[in-house]
Write a protein that binds this ligand. Sequence first.
Ligand code: NAD
Length: 368
Amino acid sequence: MEIGRRDLILSAAALALTPRALAAQRPNRPLGYAIVGLGYYGLRIIIPEFANCKHSRLAAVVSGDPAKARRVAAEHGLSDRAIYSYANFDSIRDNPDVDIVYVCLPNSMHAEYTIRAAKAGKHVLCEKPMAVSAAECEAMIAACKAADRKLMIGYRCHFEPTNLEAMRLARAGEAGKIRYVRSEHGFVQGDPSAWRLKRALAGGGSLMDMGVYSLQAARYMTGEEPVAVTARESTDRRDPRFTEVEDMIEWTLEFPSGALAGCQSMYSANQNRILLMGDKGRIELEPATRYDGNRMWLGKDGREREVTPPAGPAKTQFAGQLDHIVQCVRTGQEPVVSGEEGLRDMRIVEAIYRSAREGRTIRLDGRA
Ligand code: NAD
């Protein structure tokens, strides 16, 4: 076969291209994720979801357990070069296959790994709660801005069809003027040695875990930002599970429209519910924010009917969120659940704890 001079020049040019340059030539290739933390969420829930994605793929794993990392890498066809430890994580900057780092670690490690990822030139998807303080959230946002990288928080309900339809119905006025939201989230946390019960790792108790769903629901169902919060905590400190963090915490948010949200989280009962009451009807979700099987009812004009939401564009809420940040990277748009959104929640979380501690209402709008 005769090889022409032009073919030779083209092949030489292709060989000379770096992987990064080659990637840039294929703008619609799926972007590569590094999953940091091969625990329950990262390993069991997120990694299998790449099979449901259109624009995302697994490109690397980061773990403190080399044997587990090798097993997971082998199962997903990754080479040893795609395995990182926490110690050599920063060298991920030299891996052009990794575009996005997904932080699935205990809460107190979110800030460190988000900032290290941004400094390594990677975009970041960080699990909720965004961090353990508003100051950490601000540092994470600043690091991603300085590196010109996207930052998104793992608020998967913004990609879940039942919650999306509930938001749409609420905004469309299907329940009338919104007067009240109630949201309760919790599960029985049985293991006293769990990191979720250690203040240094979790940053707090049920509020930092399931309470974030209640808080988010109050904000996305009303579409408003709260101006004040009043909270109370109830924890049996003789229970060995709750020597460091709270079990149950309840808080009321006041919104500019006059709507109130009564929210709660706990580690001593299973609950998963959102209720919105307007002056013309009610929207009720139960279970509300699970991985699947969420259900919703609209009560109006003396009748109650179950609402089946339209299927979303993604196969699952997890695939929707994984692919969303990829689209943001490609188009330059901000994620619908950006770092600023996580920071807003963390400021309210801090006010909830302060209100419970000081036994008074805390204003969030700067008014005395
Ligand atoms: P997990 O305990 O199952 O996994 C945590 C991972 O972090 C493990 O791989 C563990 O080895 C690693 N790790 C590294 N340093 C550690 C340390 N000092 N102590 C403990 N673990 C350490 O936890 P998880 O349930 O996977 O939660 C991880 C994050 O994901 C949390 O921030 C949690 O809030 C979030 N999460 C989100 C959802 C959701 O639906 N969005 C669901 C579950 C968890």
